[in-house]
Design a binder for this molecule. Structure first.
Ligand code: ADP
Ligand code: GLC
Length: 471
């Protein structure tokens, strides 16, 4: 193992959002580029862990204060994954049905991070790079630098990739006894706003920081949930690298999850069949352009505005639209999205929940994907949507700004608006509806977007260049 990626999520083992897609793809493309990369993540009770034969590689113990937990590392060298996978099982603590959302998540992820270090510290051949993703693994760079027990890892370069700085995992200094012994004069490296802050600790201690798009890196200096100053201060070691997408998983020509496979040559008939299937399934009028939303129903995604945006669109007599929402999250938003259903029968529907297969079917069958995000560190949905010939309507922020060019600009192919506001999003959808009425332009753009290359090759190499510099 030259490079180890440590993460709470990884597709197809356990996925909550885009973090899983990135950690499930980047190491595969790094291996293809000749850099031996592996993934270490917690063992949860998911379909994947239940259905695969795992090999026990290591047994150890990990302590949290006076509590001692056994842990076991399982491995899977699976051709289709494209990288060696290591799962750290901590009975009772980590192996649960869900990834996050438990009262003891602080304890769970601290134990996971310590177990990982307890395991790798006794390797003969140490990894060349330890690559941490988001706050769940953010205490690792601190512990590698300062904990006496992990002294032999001190010279191993660490990288933190920030997928989302909204979530920082803060907890009180009362839990300092969970940490391995270190010289207490270094406690400042853990602290932000009088709390132990795993994301801030990683920003301070990692040798390099990456964000998942160049624009997000700049935006974080003025909006980072309280960490703006710190991120500005660490800009010399920071770089924005736009995520790629796994073009083997997300390929409309081979996708086993969609009804009718298609490529750019037969995209018209292919998309039509998928749209008809989707509209029938959700009782939507297929003659109208089909607008879809897929995502977590949270403030960051602008999701609380969706009921009002969609209601206004559907009440507009001069505009034809069918709308479908796939998402889950804030129960209030879920309720509000369902509440307008009876008002717009045959034109509006929702699926409240998480359904990976349905997401593929929607990317394949929709005409437009709506993303009025307030914050979007990268966003993968718009890139999947491009590949499946679905035109994105986005608020220009973060990765959306870096990937989507408005149709009013030269060679533009998407619809952009500046702010997450109902009026602006409604106007953008109206522009999309006008474009739909000009079918020859619409079809030309549809073909154009399917050719845009967001595969991982380029981004994987940028990470490799960074590794080489650090090594
Ligand atoms: P984030 O990680 O902030 O949620 P991204 O755009 O990076 O946003 O990635 C979201 C990923 O999760 C995409 O693969 C998207 O298709 C998927 N996704 C989000 N919500 C759902 C859902 N309810 N059902 C299926 N897939 C979903
Ligand atoms: C985070 C971000 C999202 C990004 C994903 C993968 O969940 O919210 O914008 O695409 O991570 O990096």
């Amino acid at each position: 193992m030259e490079i180890i990626h440590i993460s709470a999520e990884c597709y197809p083992i356990a996925k909550v959002g885009g973090l899983a897609d990135v950690v499930g793809a980047l190491p595969k493309y790094q291996n293809k580029a000749g850099k031996k990369s592996a993934v270490i993540m917690p063992y949860y009770k998911t379909k994947f862990t239940q259905n695969n034969m795992l090999k026990s590689d290591h047994k150890g113990t990990v302590s949290l204060g006076s509590l001692i937990y056994d842990f076991e590392v399982f491995s899977l060298d699976n051709e289709t994954l494209g990288y060696p996978l290591y799962l750290v099982k901590i009975p009772d603590l980590m192996d649960r049905d869900n990834v996050y959302g438990y009262n003891d998540d602080t304890e769970r992820y601290l134990a996971f991070q310590k177990a990982v270090l307890n395991w790798i510290v006794q390797f003969q051949d140490k990894p060349k790079i330890v690559h941490c993703h988001d706050y769940h693994t953010g205490l690792i760079p601190f512990m590698m630098l300062y904990a006496h027990k992990y002294q032999s890892l001190r010279k191993t370069p660490t990288i933190l990739t920030i997928h989302n700085a909204q979530y920082q995992g803060q907890f009180s200094f009362d839990k300092l006894n969970y940490f391995p012994e270190y010289d207490l004069s270094n406690s400042g490296m853990l602290e932000w706003d009088q709390m132990i802050n795993p994301l801030a600790a990683a920003v301070k201690c990692a040798w390099a920081i990456t964000t998942v798009s160049p624009s997000y890196l700049i935006e974080l200096r003025s909006s980072a949930n309280g960490m703006e100053w710190l991120l500005d201060n660490e800009k010399e070691k920071s770089i924005g690298i736009l995520n790629g997408i796994d073009t083997e998983v997300w390929n409309p020509a081979t996708d086993p999850m969609i009804l009718k496979k298609f490529n750019k040559q037969n995209s018209l008939s292919g998309k039509r069949k998928n749209k008809l299937f989707l509209c029938k399934k959700f009782n939507l009028d297929p003659k109208n352009p089909l607008f879809a939303f897929i995502g977590r129903l949270v403030g960051e995604k602008g999701a609380e505005l969706l009921p009002e945006i969609f209601d206004q669109i559907l009440k507009n007599k001069n505009l034809n639209a069918s709308i479908l929402v796939l998402g889950s999250g804030d129960p209030e938003i879920e309720k509000a999205l369902n509440k307008i259903k009876p008002l717009h029968k045959g034109k509006y529907n929702t699926y409240i929940g998480y359904d990976e297969t349905l997401s593929h079917i929607i990317y394949a069958g929709a005409d437009y994907l709506v993303m009025p995000s307030k914050v979007e560190p990268c966003g993968l949905n718009q890139m999947y949507s491009l590949r499946y010939g679905t035109i994105p309507i986005v608020r220009s922020i973060g990765g959306l700004k870096d990937t989507i060019v408005d149709i009013s600009e030269e060679n533009g192919f998407g619809i952009c608006h500046d702010n997450t506001e109902v009026d602006e999003a409604v106007e953008a959808i109206q522009r999309a509806s006008d474009l739909y009425n000009d079918q020859s332009k619409f079809k030309k753009i549809r073909k154009q977007i399917m050719l845009i290359d967001h595969s991982w090759g380029n981004a994987a190499n940028k990470y490799i260049d960074l590794y080489n510099k650090l090594i």
